[in-house]
Design a protein around this ligand. Structure first.
Ligand code: C6P
Length: 421
């Protein structure tokens, strides 16, 4: 397998937000609606650097074959690349063993895997499934399906105040003896809240409660260490961290994965198959039925190398800087309603401007070449609680610049004037 990735050995990576770094992302250099593209929809999906695009192309041009099946050269290369990707992912999140990383289609599938496979075996009638008010639908609906199936109860840790923070004191009251699992988002995709995941896990573990961290919005934005977090499961998506779509992962503690029955049946996940009964392959293959997204893993490997070359602490620092800058500038606009914490926020801002509908605002911004997202952001229960149907959202990544934020503010002023008439 060709080593096409720009690995951590890259000695002089371009600085976050620099022109040189932006040149790594071919898509950014284009005109949209007669304006230079300003891509501020990174919480939905991030753009891909050339090394990721090249890794995909190289794989398909030179190594493509199925994994774990053939004994021919290409299959050996593909299998090796796929398993190298797993080892890389384990290092990326600091898992103890690579067999604790299961490749999935992304966060949504990872949480469904836990809820269906682990949940069905371990959550019983009368048990409680604890979530928070700020969960994405992907971290609500799979649990509701489980609750319905086994007769469990749903409970939610409330957002305490208008700053969009969860209350640690209330958490202790909610972690009652009937709670079997506590699943929460690390970073809220609509409020920008960064939850104290380590403290959440510590309090849950002290009571023997299994934890599931939704890391969709944090995986590509800073260092993640599952041993330090001391979580039981952690779900992530490759496309939100410069990787391809359709690939992501689930980290699970070894003992828990061993004690979890298979999720889906099919090729590769079995040890033996008889007409009546089958036995299961060892970890991690027990959870990877059928031909996996091999190219996706190759691309994800290149993305992880790329992020580490930039430096995940640099990314985190810059992300917070952009988030704080945008929040400050936005808060100066008359008639703005901002959601989420004032300080310590992730690199995204959700807002409403006067009576302008979020979709109208986003449509006008698009006419100026600015990509925002408007809607409920798959957070309908939270939106209901906030008393809104939708918000506009600008979400940043390390290739965005402070000038882009200034341009966004300029356009928002224009929109305000237009709708004020
Ligand atoms: N949020 C957003 O625009 P998938 O689709 O499986 O890659 O990720 C789902 C998901 C789970 N949890 C959180 C906190 C998320 O933000 C997301 C995806 C996108 O905010 C699409 S709705």
């Amino acid at each position: 397998m060709s080593e096409a990735h720009a690995g951590p050995e890259k000695t002089n990576p371009p600085a976050v937000g620099s022109e040189a770094l932006r040149r790594d992302f071919p898509i950014l250099d284009q005109i949209v609606n007669r304006n230079p593209l300003i891509y501020l929809d990174n919480a939905a999906t991030t753009q891909k650097p050339r090394v990721v695009i090249d890794a995909l192309r190289n794989y398909y041009e030179r190594d493509n074959a199925n994994v774990h099946r053939g004994v021919h050269e290409l299959s050996n290369r593909s299998s090796a690349a796929y398993e190298r990707g797993r080892e890389r992912a384990a290092r990326f999140i600091h898992a103890k063993r690579s067999s604790e990383v299961i490749f999935t289609r992304g966060t949504t599938e990872s949480i469904n895997l836990v809820a269906q496979a682990w949940g069905t075996a371990h959550v019983k009638q009368g048990d409680t499934i604890l979530l928070t008010d700020m969960e994405h639908h992907s971290n609500i609906v799979p649990w509701q399906l489980l609750a319905e199936r086994v007769g469990a109860r749903m409970a939610y840790l409330p957002v305490a105040d208008d700053r969009g923070l969860l209350d640690l004191n209330q958490l202790d009251q909610k972690l009652t003896s009937d709670v079997r699992v506590f699943a929460f988002t690390h970073v809220s995709n609509s409020l920008g809240t960064v939850n104290p995941a380590r403290e959440f896990c510590r309090r849950a573990r002290a009571r023997g409660i299994t934890t599931v961290v939704d890391a969709a919005q944090s995986i590509g934005h800073g260092p993640i260490d599952v041993q330090e977090l001391d979580c039981d499961f952690l779900a992530f998506s490759g496309h939100k961290m410069c990787g391809p779509t359709g690939i992501g992962g689930l980290y699970g503690r070894h003992e828990l994965l061993e004690a979890t029955p298979p999720y889906q049946g099919g090729g590769d996940m079995i040890a033996t198959v008889g007409f009546e009964k089958s036995t299961w392959n060892q970890l991690p293959h027990k959870f990877e039925a059928g031909t996996p997204n091999i190219a996706g893993v190759v691309g994800l490997h290149a993305a992880m190398d790329y992020l580490d070359a930039i430096g995940r602490s640099n990314i985190a620092r810059y992300d917070h800087e952009l988030g704080a800058h945008a929040y400050e500038e936005l808060s100066r606009l008359k008639g703005i309603r901002l959601f989420g914490p004032h300080i310590g926020r992730a690199g995204l801002v959700s807002f409403l401007l006067n009576d302008v509908h979020a979709h109208d605002l986003v449509t006008v911004a698009d006419q100026r070449g600015i990509a925002l997202r408007g809607g409920h952001h798959c957070n309908q229960p939270l939106m209901n609680k906030l008393g809104v149907v939708s918000t506009a959202r600008a979400s940043f990544y390390f290739y965005n610049t402070h000038q882009e934020i200034e341009r966004l503010i300029e356009v928002l002023r224009e929109i305000q004037k237009f709708f004020d008439r």
